[in-house]
Every structure is written in structure tokens, then in C-alpha cells.
Ligand binder design. Structure first.
Ligand SMILES: [Fe+2]
Length: 314
């Protein structure tokens, strides 16, 4: 039997050891409370150390009405209410990636609750790609400076007294990160529920082959690892939303990428499927806001902020 904690991948080896510590009762498991936004099919997670009551908020949602350009905070308010009711202190506002289907509420949540805003360091690549597409001026910095912290692969951090590690899992976008906090893995848009499959890889900077390799890295984590998704869209035969599974369930049952599916098979499937998908309804506002750390573009001379739509480009 190979040693289950050894991997040729140093960051994965650290993550496996961290999860085993929880499994063996030597470290605490975080509490996870999820708020699901049915308008954008997004699962926002509040993760906390039950002893210190320090928390991270992962992938929050700002309500946005596309027809009017109006923003509101009903979804984010649920996070604030939960944090207050549980008497939590927020340390982190984490983004698994620059989302293309919803706007981040992180700046508003920072005002209400504090917490350092963090994303993957490769966000600079996403800022460069979309900075060009949206013809953003030089006032739009492409160095990630809109965020308080940029994570690289293998970076360690903590939520209260619980150890955590960031893994770079590109493919859906170049900057996707998975945050492994104790025995809970927040994997963003890589895997979805086993009956739904995987995230698309056709946005600018996406890559199906990279996505497969990122998923296989995640599948090196112990089978019992708790896995929390960023989205769920139900699935044929399932009439409720779900956002929690395990690495074991993904390895045995994921319809796109269970054990035994080869990289070439996955890439062929993913590429064919992506060709049938339309762009998300909110991609234009989402990308412009999220590459700015959830801030709206600067106001024009009349004091109003605008979202642009490039014609015949995306
Ligand atoms: Fe996404």
C-alpha cells in the first residue's frame, strides 16, 4: 500500500496531512453554514472555528437587476444576520475566482463585518484579459491591488485556530483557487455535484486540460474530505439544490470525471459540451465588477458609474 499522505505534489501533501489531523481528532473541524442564492445558483459559505468563533466568508453575492442596473443586499444581508446571530468575528472575505455569473458583495460585507479580501494571485492574468476586452483605461490597475491579499499555490493561512491551505486549481479561469480549511474543501468552480459534473472551461483564459489536472489534484485529498461547491443547478432526477459532497463521492460517481476517465476523454467531453452553452446572463456586469475586487467602475464626469457591453466580442 502506498503511504496515503505522500504525493509528488508538496501542497497536496500538506493538505492531506491537515485533513488527516482532523480525521484523527488532533485538530478541529470548522462549522460551515451555506446561504444559497437561487437567482444565480450560487452557494456562499460562512466557515468558522467553533471555539474561537473566527470566520471566513467565501463567494458572497451582491443582488443585481440586469434590466435596471440596480444593486441590493438581500442575499448579503443573510450573511450579516448569520454572523451577528452566531457572534462571529470575520477574518477573511475569500473569492475562489473572479465569477462570471454574479457580482461579489465582498466590499459591502467588509463595511458591515470587516475581513481581508483575498483571491488567487493569477487574478492579474484575468485583469489583463478582461481589461483589454472592456478597454479599461490606465486607471484600472492590473496588479491585483484591489484585493488585500493574493494567494499562491500552497500558501498556508488559518481561520481562528484551524489550519488552512490554498491550492491553485486553474482551468475554469486562470486564477481559480481551492481553499482547504481543516477537513473542508471549498473548491470553487472545478467539480460540481457528482450528478451534475464539472465547471465549464471556455471563458477567456479557461482551459479544459488544465481543469482536468486541477480536478485530479483535488481527487488526491482523502475520500472523506468534505467538499463545498460554489454552484448547483439541480440535475436530471434531483429536485433540490445541493452544495456539499465528498472527494470519495466525486471519485466514484462524478458523471464527467470519475476515476478511470482519461484526460483526453474529459477534454473532448468538456469542449463539446461548452460549445452548446450560452454565456451567463450576468457575465458583463459580473466580470467588470469582480476584476475590481467587487467595486463598480469609476464614475464618469456626471458622477454615474456605468457597465459596458462590448458588441460582437465575447
Ligand atoms: Fe465561475
Amino acid at each position: 500500500m502506498p503511504d496515503p499522505t505522500s504525493s509528488s505534489d508538496p501542497a497536496v501533501t500538506v493538505a492531506v496531512a491537515q485533513i488527516r489531523q482532523v480525521e484523527q481528532g488532533q485538530a478541529r473541524s470548522p462549522v460551515v453554514h451555506t446561504i444559497f442564492d437561487e437567482a444565480t445558483f450560487t452557494a456562499s459559505h460562512i466557515v468558522y472555528d467553533p471555539v474561537t468563533r473566527e470566520a471566513a466568508i467565501i463567494d458572497s453575492v451582491l443582488d443585481y437587476e440586469a434590466s435596471s442596473g440596480r444593486t441590493s443586499h438581500a442575499s448579503a444581508r443573510k450573511i450579516v444576520d448569520y454572523v451577528h446571530s452566531e457572534r462571529l468575528t470575520v477574518q477573511w472575505q475569500l473569492e475562489t475566482h473572479a465569477h462570471a455569473d454574479h457580482l461579489s458583495a465582498a466590499p459591502w460585507l467588509q463595511q458591515q463585518l470587516a475581513g481581508k479580501l483575498a483571491i488567487g494571485a493569477e487574478i492579474t492574468r484575468v485583469q489583463n484579459v478582461f481589461g483589454k476586452i472592456f478597454n479599461a483605461g490606465t486607471e484600472f490597475a492590473r496588479d491585483g491591488s484591489q484585493f488585500d491579499h493574493l494567494f499562491r499555490d500552497g500558501d498556508r493561512f488559518s481561520v481562528g485556530g484551524i489550519e488552512a491551505i490554498a491550492l491553485h486549481v486553474p482551468g475554469h479561469t486562470p486564477a481559480d483557487m481551492a481553499f482547504i480549511i481543516g477537513d473542508a474543501a471549498f473548491i470553487g468552480d472545478t467539480l460540481f455535484m457528482p450528478d451534475y459534473g464539472t465547471a465549464r472551461a471556455d471563458f477567456p483564459g479557461g482551459d479544459a486540460r488544465q481543469l482536468f489536472r486541477s480536478i485530479r489534484r483535488l481527487m488526491e485529498l482523502p475520500d472523506a474530505t468534505r467538499v463545498f461547491l460554489c454552484h448547483d443547478y439541480k440535475a436530471p432526477g434531483r429536485d433540490h439544490f445541493a452544495w456539499e459532497t465528498t472527494i470519495g463521492a466525486e471519485r466514484t460517481g462524478n458523471i464527467h470525471v470519475h476515476d478511470g476517465v482519461s484526460e483526453d476523454e474529459f477534454v473532448a467531453m468538456r469542449t463539446a459540451r461548452d460549445a452548446t452553452l450560452s454565456l451567463p446572463n450576468l457575465i458583463m456586469p459580473s466580470v467588470q465588477v469582480n476584476i475590481r475586487g467587487g467595486h463598480m467602475p469609476e464614475p464618469e464626469s456626471n458622477g454615474t458609474r456605468y457597465i459596458k457591453i462590448p458588441i460582437d466580442t465575447l
